[in-house]
Design a protein around this ligand. Structure first.
Ligand SMILES: Cc1cc2nc3c(=O)[nH]c(=O)nc-3n(C[C@H](O)[C@H](O)[C@H](O)COP(=O)(O)OP(=O)(O)OC[C@H]3O[C@@H](n4cnc5c(N)ncnc54)[C@H](O)[C@@H]3O)c2cc1C
Length: 527
């Protein structure tokens, strides 16, 4: 045995876990199947001179505690925050720009509705307050349903007190909103369709759900807990998301973590009493006191562990864990900056650009995926990171990064290999409707389908969050009820990725929470 802990996967959560374990004195090894670490948070050159965050647009955001504990700014991480947060385009050529600054946003919303402009500050304020109450839950280990501890009771007591501090109106809102369809929630606040759709879209990001699906407000509340704002964030990492995981890898190496790339684990074996073993695709066998999987739960339990090692009841539940992707990604190298209809100032393009002008537009895009097809008029979440980061494209040229929803993992007709070009053409056609002439600017494109997400990036079912984020796969239910404390039915095997609480997004929180539990077990000599 050469290491105390072996981490399968060098995604950002695996790296975060590794850093904390090494800081606690554990000799830690990361095995990453790809040639680079980073998982979803990577930057790659996809056309000569053009680079962008291959998958993610922006960090979740990363938890402050993680940033400071691991001194990521000291390891080269830099953020860029443009003033504009989201620019939402409409069919009739008007564009609504939401800024980080509430008053500036109010002036923009006023052009659409005086009533909405008046309500917007209260909406933002309410989410900020509710987000502050929910935020501590994200850093907690969910309590065990069967064996809650005194510490669980203490933590919940503190959250209960904060909840009481919200005052009656926001208390009531928090309790009522969680199970609601996000379309209903936004309709209670605003009359402007494009504003409703912009807010609602945050609740369904990466989900197999449309804005009219029950429980989608939970998605919005979870996001609000991360950054106290219902509007999607537009803080970029300088150099793309890969620079974030490079800083994490540097922090890990500085703490003594060993990182091996091109090292795919094909089997986890925990049958020996005093050690766990992983088998690699190159035939090597490595042993440690604990193995921690940053791979998603379905990959971990349905591909890497021998089914005979698991209780059939657990296996059945894991087979029912929902992880079917709905997102595809297209990265474009552009010969210049496209001109979007109704946009008078290019600074407004520097945050996210939202094409999904109405709630029903987004719902129709979801409908297609329910029936096994990609949307002909997809909801597009776009960024042009080269507008604020010149390192990503040659001068005068740009990169456009487009997240496309909905693109179901399983197509009813044909498959992703045969339909990727048709899909890309559909997306570019739709972009061109909102930015006439864009088609002629495209020098090259990278199309990443849900199948590519599975095959190249290791995401089971192409699910970007390692599993659907819904009420039944959340908190004490993530990934499964009874197994939400980062431990698994196999004594020496742990989980640390986005398939654990608090789920997907580049926050570092699952990794940090998992590390806390693993260190506890090492200290108590349970492994
Ligand atoms: C298209 C797309 C867009 C997204 N947009 C955003 C966004 O804008 N903002 C945001 O915050 N989040 C976004 N996400 C979600 C975010 O990427 C994930 O939540 C995050 O990457 C999860 O981090 P992780 O470390 O848990 O897992 P991952 O990043 O998935 O890393 C897991 C790692 O494990 C490795 N691995 C898997 N199996 C093995 C094996 N057998 N052996 C060795 N290594 C293995 C993988 O190669 C990978 O490197 C997006 C995701 C996708 C796919």
């Amino acid at each position: 045995m050469t290491h105390d802990a072996i981490i399968i996967g060098g995604g950002h959560n695996g790296l975060v876990t590794a850093c904390y374990l090494a800081k606690a004195g554990l000799k830690t090894l990361i095995l990453e199947r790809r040639e680079i670490v980073g998982g979803g948070a990577i930057t790659e050159e996809f056309h000569p001179g053009f680079k962008c965050s291959t998958l993610d647009h922006t960090p979740g955001p990363v938890a402050q505690q993680v940033l400071s504990d691991l001194n990521l700014l000291g390891h080269g991480l830099e953020f860029i925050t443009p003033d504009a947060r989201v620019l939402s385009l409409t069919e009739d050529g008007r564009a609504l720009c939401i800024y980080n600054d509430t008053q500036r946003s109010v002036s923009e919303i006023e052009k659409f509705s005086a009533k909405d402009a008046k309500r917007y500050p209260e909406f933002i304020d309410s989410f900020a307050k509710i987000g502050a109450v929910l935020a501590p839950i994200l850093s907690l280990t969910p309590p065990s349903i069967d064996h809650p501890t005194a510490n669980d009771a203490w933590q919940f007591g503190k959250i209960g007190l904060a909840f009481r501090g919200l005052g009656k109106t926001d208390e009531y809102r928090l309790l009522r909103w969680g199970p609601m369809a996000v379309a209903d929630l936004v309709a209670e606040w605003f009359e402007t369709e494009v504003l409703r759709a912009t807010v609602a879209a945050r609740g369904i990001s990466g989900s197999f759900a449309g804005p009219w699906s029950a429980g989608t407000s939970l998605g919005l509340l979870l996001q609000a807990a991360l950054d106290a704002n219902p509007i999607p964030p537009a803080t970029f990492v300088k150099g793309g998301m890969g620079e974030l995981t490079k800083a994490l890898a540097a922090a890990a190496s500085a703490s003594g973590v060993e990182i091996q790339t091109n090292a795919e684990v094909i089997r986890i074996d925990t049958n020996e009493a005093n050690e766990a073993k992983v088998v690699l695709s190159d035939g090597r066998e490595l042993k440690a006191r604990a193995v921690i999987s940053n791979a998603d739960p379905r990959t971990t339990f349905l591909r890497l562990v021998d089914p005979l090692d698991l209780d059939p009841n657990f296996l059945l539940k894991m087979r029912n864990y929902r992880a079917s992707g709905t997102v595809a990604k297209i990265n474009l190298a552009l010969d210049g900056l496209p001109k979007f209809k109704g946009v008078d100032d290019e600074k407004k393009l520097a945050g996210r650009i939202h094409i999904g002008p109405e709630i029903d537009y987004i719902e129709r895009a979801f409908d297609a995926s329910k029936y096994g097809d990609f949307a002909k008029e997809p909801y597009l979440d776009i960024t042009i990171p080269s507008l604020s980061d010149a390192s990503l494209a040659p001068q005068g040229k740009h990169v456009m990064s487009v997240q496309v929803q909905f693109a179901p993992y399983k197509l009813r007709n044909g498959d992703w290999n045969s339909r990727a070009q048709e899909f890309a053409d559909t997306v570019i056609e739709q972009l061109n409707r909102f930015a006439p002439g864009l088609k002629d600017l495209v020098l090259s494109g990278q199309v990443i389908t849900p199948l590519d997400l599975e095959q190249t990036y290791g995401l089971s079912g192409g699910q970007i969050h390692h599993g659907e984020q819904a009420l039944d796969q959340f908190f004490t239910f993530r990934p499964l009820i009874g197994w939400a404390q980062y431990r698994t039915p196999l004594k020496r095997l742990y989980l640390c990725g986005a398939g654990t609480h608090p789920g997907g997004g580049v926050t570092g929180l699952p990794g940090a929470n998992a590390a806390r539990e693993i260190v506890k077990d090492f200290k108590a000599k349970r492994v």
